[in-house]
Design a protein around this ligand. Structure first.
Ligand SMILES: *Cc1c(COP(=O)(O)O)cnc(C)c1O
Length: 394
């Protein structure tokens, strides 16, 4: 009998060791990891450079609070601003906290810097922004809200890629529009680039802030360091977590210069914000990503993976579509995929789902062509077997 809350539906596997793209369970069985702990271990398991940075920081200093200067935090922030459109960074400990910080910054900018009292944030159906009360309210899926009423005020949802609905939702209380550029948890749905450009123009015209949730799409995942780089737009605020620390829990909220005065001393904070250890992990992760050209490799490997999947799954009646960008890839199936995930695990391949009918593949950004071939062969075998079993039943 476990002493934990049963919040997580766990697979019957206990993983005890990892290296690169491989994981091992307590029975000694080896797995090829195409889920990276939900887009977190983007440099593979126990990446050497990040491990060394963590080990040497563990020997020096763990925590002093943000009442003192912290060189690792400055270094990690500078790496982020040097490599993005942002001018300032606030570190936190998770994606939900990064989005909370973004929502707070947007409200405070309007209320304290501009003095216009705006507070409403428009988000999109099928989106996912986290599990705190504000971020689950921002999330465009009812399942995360059940039993948590009352929800905080100030969030409005419209369908993605529907400009008329978005324009109709803007009013004199609107502070910001917030979106994922690829809805990952929601089923691997990419924003329409023309819609995104129209959203940017709408924000400029109406004085709204554009918040991009890059928690899953950022840090090289889609083939650019940040997904917004694909679309020729820049957000005013964006958020990171998941892949930013190679598995060390850390998040970040980044914004452009005009937003900086909104977060005055004491207006926002967190005890653990960017500890020496957390920011050692962030700095080493970014340095390794730049050195290894991880985003470029993710772009090339993503093309290979999507191409091979399309080829291998072509004509299977149980496969609806293969889609994605970089190494954020979805395989939409004709029915629920829970059994498929289990069958893949049985054959030594770990993947996750994105909604009931979509398999989500999130290999590390340094995955090799051989590993991609291996994964595609296993997926094709399992989906072909399912197709054969389904047709035998009819
Ligand atoms: C995972 C995720 C979050 C929440 O991050 P946590 O670290 O679980 O709080 C928010 N937005 C997106 C797009 C995510 O993928």
């Amino acid at each position: 009998m476990s002493s934990l809350f049963p919040t997580f539906a766990r697979y019957p596997i206990t993983l005890v060791k990892g290296k690169g793209s491989r994981l091992w369970d307590d029975q000694g069985k080896e797995y090829l990891d195409f889920m990276t702990g939900i887009a977190v271990t983007s440099l593979g398991h126990v990446p050497e450079r990040v491990k060394n940075a963590l080990v040497s920081q563990l020997d020096q200093l763990w925590h002093v609070s943000n009442l003192f200067y912290n060189p690792n935090q400055e270094k990690a922030a500078k790496l982020l601003t040097d490599n993005s459109c942002a001018d300032a960074v606030f570190f936190c400990n998770s994606g939900a906290e990064a989005n909370e910080a973004a929502i707070k910054l947007a409200r405070r900018y309007h209320q304290k810097v501009l003095g216009n009292g705006r507070y409403e944030i428009i988000t999109f159906t099928r989106s996912f922004h986290g599990r705190t009360l504000a971020t689950l309210t921002a999330t465009g899926q009812d399942k995360v809200k059940e039993g948590f009423l009352p929800l905080p005020e100030g969030f409005v949802h419209v369908p993605l890629n529907d400009l008329a609905a978005l324009e109709a939702a803007v009013n004199d209380k609107t502070a910001a529009i917030m979106l994922e550029l690829i809805q990952a948890e929601g089923g691997v749905h990419e924003v329409d680039p023309a819609f995104l450009r129209a959203v940017r123009e709408l924000c400029d015209r109406q004085g709204l802030l554009l918040i991009v949730d890059e928690i899953q799409t950022g840090m090289g995942r889609t083939g650019k360091m940040f997904a917004y780089e694909h679309y020729g737009i820049e957000p005013d605020i964006f958020t990171l977590a998941k892949g930013i620390g190679s598995g060390f829990p850390v998040g970040a909220m980044l914004a452009k210069a005009p937003l900086i005065p909104a977060f005055t001393a004491g207006s926002h904070g967190s005890t653990f914000s960017g500890t020496p250890i957390a920011t050692a992990a962030v700095a080493a992760t970014i340095e390794t990503m730049l050195l290894e050209q991880a985003p470029e490799r993710a772009a090339a490997s993503g093309e290979l993976l999507i191409g091979k999947l399309k080829e291998a799954l072509n004509g299977l009646p149980n496969v609806v579509e293969v889609r994605g960008k970089g190494l954020l890839v979805g395989i939409e199936c004709a029915g629920p995929v829970a059994d498929i995930v289990a069958a893949l695990q049985h054959r030594g391949l770990l993947v996750i789902t994105a909604g009931p009918n979509v398999l989500r593949l999130l290999p590390n950004l340094l995955v090799t062509a051989e590993e991609i071939e291996e994964a595609v062969a296993i997926i094709a075998a399992v989906l072909s077997e399912q197709a054969a079993a389904l047709s035998a039943k009819q």
